[in-house]
Design a protein around this ligand. Structure first.
Ligand code: LLP
Length: 415
């Protein structure tokens, strides 16, 4: 069920057109509230990096993670400043380019280091720099193999084998080691996330260093379908709090506990609304074609991700109702010139169906739970401009990103 009422969505799309991303600020605040036990909530902005969403996070006291120079610039534009609060922005990566290196030095942004080469580069350019070490604990888990970030198949993090060498470099240069970070994967579950707690305890003891903080990383699950359960945030915090206490006993002083979710904070807060342009049946499928494609919402094509889809009736074309068809199950697809441009497919690309309530040309389709990795993964494929983003907050519908147009794209090519 969509979090918005139908009239709000119809009103917004009448004003801003389709496709459009629509976010609900109250839902984001509700999600933040569930993690308030942690000392620091750090938003993995790759999930939804609109500066107005970042500003909302900042106003709620949420810190931010950045993974590129662009995400650092977004954080700064949203008012984050490490000179006001040294915890504000952390840069996490396995590599760092010259532009980003200059930015983290200029703004005193701690760097969460995921490779030995990156460690050397930071140490040589900024020997006293504040850093985190991102450790690959040797296992991982995500909702897809593509989002599993631990274990021998993952390019991420410093392995346990390399950790002693990393620590001796830290000491040799006098780098300011803030803490140890682990992110085993995105869209994981409590069982796997809790395995990271023990791994964190073992890692801190093995590293034999003094630290001021640990980070759970992200990966907190959020329900996409009726069969998915909600994360037990109390149990999740409890497990990490226990780990923190054991580490504090080992070190002999207090440390801070950070959590770094992307999806958990924003997935359920966003919908994508598209307009139905065509109904078409083949021997295999009843297709509903809309004006959003995988250039907008990539997750189904990329991972076979499920997003619940609903019809909003607003069609003026009542004469087009196909009363002869008794279909209730539909494949939903976009306008791109590519067969994989289907929103209802499994991880191997097999087309699936969803029950839709009498879709008609001119009606709207709402894709639920797309606030994370929705707009932020959009592209200009097929020269389709990026869709606008609207933030609904306290009864106001604010356009927080305009619709891109083809002139914006052509301008980059000096036509
Ligand atoms: N921290 C680090 C270091 C990460 O790499 C990520 C996600 C997160 C935190 C946040 O993970 P989350 O809490 O959102 O699960 N495009 C994929 C997800 C890729 C996530 C990459 N890293 C998707 O649409 O499911």
């Amino acid at each position: 069920m969509t979090i918005f009422n139908s009239n709000t969505l119809i009103e917004i799309t009448q004003q801003f057109g389709t496709p459009a991303w629509i976010y609900d600020a109250a839902t984001i605040r509700q999600q933040i509230k569930q993690l308030r036990n942690f000392d620091v909530i750090r938003f993995a902005q790759k999930a939804c990096s609109n500066t107005h969403i970042l500003r909302l996070m900042r106003e709620e006291g949420v810190m931010v993670d950045a993974v590129s120079a662009g995400e650092i610039e977004r954080s700064l534009a949203a008012g984050y400043s490490n000179s006001d609060n040294p915890e504000s922005i952390v840069f996490t990566a396995d590599v760092i380019d010259r532009e980003t290196l200059a930015l983290v030095i200029q703004h005193d942004i701690p760097v969460n280091i995921g490779s030995m080469d990156m460690l050397h580069r930071i140490a040589e350019s900024s020997p006293r720099h504040p850093i985190w070490i991102r450790v690959n604990p040797g296992f991982g888990h995500g909702h897809s193999e593509k989002t599993n970030t631990g274990g021998p198949n993952s390019k991420h993090g410093i392995s346990l084998e390399d950790l002693p060498q990393a620590i001796s470099l830290v000491n040799q240069y006098g780098l300011d080691l803030i803490g140890i970070h682990m992110h085993i994967g995105s869209g994981s579950d409590l069982e796997h996330l809790s395995q990271a707690c023990q791994a964190m305890i073992d890692t801190v003891k093995f590293a034999n260093v003094d630290i001021r903080a640990i980070s759970t990383g992200g990966g907190l699950p959020t329900p996409y379908s009726k069969n998915d359960s909600e994360l037990d945030t109390k149990a999740f915090f409890g497990l990490w709090d226990e780990a923190r206490k054991e580490i504090e006993n080992h070190l002999g002083h207090d440390i801070k506990l950070e959590v770094e979710p992307g999806r958990f904070l924003v997935a359920s807060a966003g919908v994508l609304v598209a307009e139905i342009h065509c109904l078409k049946s083949t021997a295999q499928h009843h297709f509903v074609l809309v004006d959003a494609g995988f250039n907008d919402l990539l997750r189904p094509s990329m991972y076979g991700s499920y997003h619940e889809i609903e019809v909003l009736h607003q069609s003026e074309f009542t004469d087009q109702i196909d009363t002869s068809s008794s279909a209730v199950e539909y494949a939903v697809a976009g306008p791109l010139c590519e067969s994989g441009d289907v929103f209802t497919q499994d991880a191997s690309g097999v087309i699936c169906h969803q029950a839709l309530d009498k879709p008609r040309v001119g009606d709207l389709l709402v894709f639920n739970d797309v606030g994370a990795y929705g707009a932020s993964m959009s592209s200009n494929y097929n020269s389709r401009p990026l869709a606008p983003e609207i933030l609904v907050d306290k009864g106001l519908n604010r356009l927080v990103r305009k619709r891109q147009n083809i002139r914006n794209l052509l301008a980059l090519e000096d036509v």
